[in-house]
Design a binder for this molecule. Sequence first.
Ligand SMILES: *Cc1c(COP(=O)(O)O)cnc(C)c1O
Length: 397
Amino acid sequence: MLHIELAEQYGAHNYHPLPVVISKAEGVWVWDIEGNRYLDMLSSYSALNQGHRHPKIVQAMKEQLDRVTLTSRAFHNDQMGSFMKLLCEVSQMDKALLMNSGAEAVETAIKAARKWGYRVKGVAKEKAEIIVCENNFHGRTTTIVGFSSEEQYKEDFGPFTPGFVTIKYGDADALAAQINENTVAFLFEPIQGEGGILLPQTGFLSEARRICSENRVLLIADEIQTGLGRTGKMFACEHEGVKPDILVVGKALGGGLYPVSGILASKEIMDLFRPGDHGSTFGGNPLACACGKAALEVLVNEHLPEHANELGEYFLTKLRNIDSPHVKEVRGKGLLIGLEINKESGPARPFCEALSKRGILAKETHEQVIRFAPPLVITREQIDWVLEQVQAVLLEK
Ligand SMILES: *Cc1c(COP(=O)(O)O)cnc(C)c1O
């Protein structure tokens, strides 16, 4: 396998991919270099909610490619304003600040919250604290891995940024107990995707909202993976009617064509940024904005959150009905579903390998969990076909 050997020889080994070499994709399907077809049940960690190469997004980007692609923020461009307006309408927030990768957007949220803490809440200089959760995943920068609870993410990469306090995920009492005069924000994922598709108890989001409001602490929702339709609502916080103070978006905001991320916040928070405080050469570039606008329009016009809600419930119910001794639990919301394999049945990876032989690309997360997160454009018939393959793999093992 030439491509794999080249990648092994010339690339850093910071991933452990399944041995499939993809050379073409469309909608929910990808093809390898030998022409084998697979249904993509990972969607690049939910960056492909609109499906591979959605024609509307491809068209918007092609048109933008023929006009202007990069201006830097030293000048205005004719795409950014209208993209941010749409993004604010879709999220019901006041203002946006655009970045590229998810990790950069999380860093931006941390800076915004700290600045708000010093300027508005009156926290003493250099004392700001942000509460985070065990098992979190917010990206790979040194600051972010510094407050991860995953040893491997941190090992050999210190020293780390101080000012983070960890609580158990979903524990509202612990949240309340850790808040003090220096606490500026609570940063969390409405569902922990990388953590293994972990859902907090119903009511946690609204409890967290209440606790933060009562204590003048900003609620920062990292919806990079759960947002933009994935869980059956445009944003997962909507399941409990919660509006965060800072909303972090990425992944599917670029429709799988281009990295587009950012934070959304109230005017009060966002207007604390002055020229020179923060920036990014590529953040808000016209190609990204044209792409992001089309990506949002597809989500709205094709009712993908509603579709994810309906098909997600169907898929979850059917998966739970599979009677296999290997399955410990099936959990999820919308089309973000985890199937946990019993420890006695070994790790999830061989199950993923068996699925790939049957034309389904899924990836394990955290040893025991198979993640099912197909593009939201998947049909019921395609889900039925996936169910047949999953059932076969769980029965033949
Ligand atoms: C993927 C992800 C990130 C990081 O995004 P990158 O684009 O890989 O930097 C942050 N938070 C969550 C919840 C994610 O799923």
